[in-house]
Design a protein around this ligand. Structure first.
Ligand code: GLU
Length: 479
């Protein structure tokens, strides 16, 4: 059974690079009928915060890609310590009593950096005696010396990777305060939790050699490794909040009205693309098409213009989100729109027998030019609320000669219609225009402005029926 894990440290918000790692893990697991483990790497107690944990969980929940199991490393500490003790007992690890400030900086003659070669050679008795006397120590892994073994593994993304064992130092497993290091905790957990595939950021690729040694020493099966290239900003530096701002944080996209489908689709295309370069992909298609082997080895660039108004997102991300927003079955889009409207404090339009089409029809009508959910409460405000802004061009259309007056006359005519449909409205408007010797287009543009505040949008006659007769008459009379 395929088992993958995502292992964030709760020391900050959920980075889009982390989210992409999670998404790739999730797709891979689902494709193989496997399980996704969320492992919270909270062994660093000083830097881990509940707030960061909450924001990571919120960000992951928002993606709507549920995980199957959740573990907290801090709760597994006894396991980590026991593993270190077992390695000590087998002589695969040793206690290093060197005080921090006495650490030799130099490499030894063979080019191998040792924490303190003297400590490797302490006898078991001497080591036990000093430990029982209360002398502080770190526990180090004993990387075999004197062999010219090369550790090799096949990375699913980066291909064959190797490193001479002589280039690996005796790394720490337990700190002098007894706390496990990342290398120990991560490997013990991956081993205990039966992780079959470790898919993580490229920044961990060099750690993998150490982890392989540890997996071997612990006696577990070796998982398959895949490292993902990093995300860079437009300036070529590693994408970071300090340098690049909000664009790095997953919640930024949620708060700007992205759909989970939009951000997932966009993040997948950062460093991966399906064979035929299809750009718009549903969750089902992603599960089917995602391949670790086709993840690029080069770092992916998040492109955006720091000086533009839309510096909070890559224009490509917005484009993809817009495409997703327009192509989702409207029924699936509706719950997101409803949340957006409720958060704006607006009532939801009702399907009042024959007067107003359902919310579904309105959403479907107006979404054709929208990119984010915010557009429903901003550009689409007039469809859901009595007060809405009027854009400059719309205002101009209203101000053209005779338009306001004709719209008031149109309101009176519409009040007498038996049937209020887009066809009957159109006939009424056109004959009124003709009677007044006015171009129908002027009235149509004026009506669009009066009813929606916009100079562009869906078919003007569809707007009439989307709003319903009462609302239309009211707005036309108020021009
Ligand atoms: N907590 C580590 C990190 O956030 C996990 C790395 C790993 O996946 O092994 O970088």
């Amino acid at each position: 059974m395929t088992r993958v894990r995502f292992a964030p440290s709760p020391t900050g918000f959920l980075h889009i690079g982390g989210a992409r790692t999670y998404i790739f893990n999730w797709l891979f697991a689902r494709q193989h009928g496997g399980k996704v483990v969320l492992r919270i790497d909270d062994t660093d107690r000083e830097r881990s915060t509940d707030e960061a944990l909450q924001s990571i969980i919120d960000g992951l929940h928002w993606l709507e890609l549920p995980w199957d199991e959740q573990h907290h490393q801090s709760e597994r500490r006894t396991k980590h310590v026991e593993a270190a003790e077992a390695l000590l007992a087998k002589g695969l690890a040793y206690r290093d009593f060197t005080r921090q400030n006495a650490l030799p900086e130099a490499k030894d003659a063979a080019g191998v950096w040792l924490a303190n070669p003297v400590m490797r050679e302490l006898t078991r008795d001497e080591s036990d005696r000093r430990a029982s006397a209360g002398e502080p120590f770190v526990v180090r892994f004993r990387v075999s010396l004197g062999t010219d073994r090369t550790i090799t593994f096949h990375d699913q993304v980066f291909g064959e990777q190797s490193r001479k064992i002589a280039d690996i130092e005796d790394f720490a497993l337990l700190r002098s305060n007894g706390s496990p290091t990342y290398h120990l905790a991560s490997t013990v957990d991956d081993s205990d939790l039966g992780i079959t595939h470790i898919i993580r950021g490229q920044d961990h690729l060099t750690n993998t050699f150490k982890h392989i040694l540890l997996f071997e020493a612990l006696g577990g099966d070796l998982p398959v490794f895949a490292h993902l290239p990093l995300l860079l900003g437009p300036d070529g530096s590693k994408l970071s909040k300090r340098r690049h701002g909000e664009i790095v944080s997953v919640t930024n996209y949620r708060d700007h009205g992205f759909l989970p489908q939009g951000i997932i689709n966009y993040l997948c295309l950062l460093g991966w693309s399906p064979k035929d370069n299809q750009e718009l992909l549903t969750r089902g298609e992603l599960i089917e098409l995602f391949k670790l082997e086709s993840v690029n080895r080069t770092n992916a660039v998040v492109t955006f213009d720091e000086d533009s108004e839309q510096s909070w997102a890559d224009p490509k991300a917005l484009w993809i989100n817009g495409q997703q927003l327009r192509s989702l079955p409207v029924r699936d889009l509706l719950p997101y729109v409803e949340i957006e409207l409720r958060e704006a404090g607006w009532r939801l339009p009702q399907n009042e027998a024959g007067r107003k089409p359902s919310l579904e029809a309105t959403v479907d009508l107006i979404r054709s030019r929208f990119n984010t959910l915010k557009d429903f409460t901003e550009r689409g405000a007039a469809y859901f609320n009595d007060t809405f802004p009027t854009d400059i061009k719309a205002e101009k259309n209203l101000n053209k000669e005779g338009v306001r007056e004709s719209l008031r006359a149109l309101a009176d005519r519409l009040a007498t219609l038996n049937d209020f449909t887009s066809e009957s409205v159109e006939t009424t408007l056109r004959s009124l225009a003709e009677e007044r010797g006015m171009k129908a287009g002027l009235m149509i543009n004026g009506a669009r402005a009066a009813l929606s505040g916009q100079s562009v949008g869906p078919s003007a006659f569809a707007i009439f029926t989307a709003l319903g007769r009462d609302c239309v008459i009211d707005r036309l009379r108020k021009v």
